[in-house]
Design a protein around this ligand. Structure first.
Ligand SMILES: O=C(CO)COP(=O)(O)O
Length: 134
C-alpha cells in the first residue's frame, strides 16, 4: 500500500515515535511524506521514504494530487489543532480530496494505531479491488 505520513511541527516527535514503533509494518509498504516530516522519519528509522515539498510550500497539495490519481491508500496526518497554519487551505483541500475519493485519513495517534493494525491484518485488501477496477 502507498502510505502518506505528515505531521505538523508540534506533532513531529509523535510521528517519529509512531514510525519507530511500527517500522516493521511500515517497511513493507511504499512510504511518502511531506518534506520535513520525511527527513525526521528517515533519520530516526532508516525507512525508505519519498519526500514531497514541505507542507507550507505545497507538500499537502502534492499528496492531494496523488489521492486524485488513485495513487495513495492511507493518509496518516498528525495535525496540530492548537496552532494556526499559514497553509490551512491546502490542508483542507487534502482532507476534502480524501473524502471525495474515500481514502482513509487519520489525524491523530489514536486513529493511526487502529489504522496501522488494520493494515497489518489485511483490512486494506479492498483497495486492491478498487485499483483493479480502475
Ligand atoms: O505542514 C505540514 C502539513 O500541513 C507538514 O510539512 P512538513 O513535513 O514539511 O513540516
Amino acid at each position: 500500500m502507498k502510505i502518506a505520513l505528515i505531521a505538523h511541527d508540534e506533532k513531529k516527535d509523535d510521528m517519529v515515535n509512531f514510525t519507530i514503533a511500527y517500522s516493521n509494518i511500515l517497511k513493507q509498504h511504499e512510504l511518502f511524506a511531506t518534506g520535513t516530516t520525511g527527513t525526521r522519519i528517515s533519520e530516526a528509522t532508516g525507512l525508505s521514504i519519498a519526500r514531497f515539498k514541505s507542507g507550507p510550500l505545497g507538500g499537502d497539495q502534492q499528496i492531494g494530487a496523488k489521492i486524485a490519481e488513485n495513487e495513495m491508500d492511507l493518509i496518516i496526518f498528525f495535525r496540530d489543532p492548537l496552532t494556526a497554519q499559514p497553509h490551512e487551505p491546502d490542508i483542507s483541500a487534502l482532507m476534502r480530496l480524501s473524502d471525495v475519493y474515500q481514502i482513509p485519513l487519520v489525524t491523530n495517534t489514536g486513529g493511526a494505531e487502529v489504522m496501522i493494525r488494520a493494515l497489518d491484518a489485511g483490512f486494506f485488501d479492498w483497495r486492491n479491488i478498487v485499483k483493479e477496477k480502475k
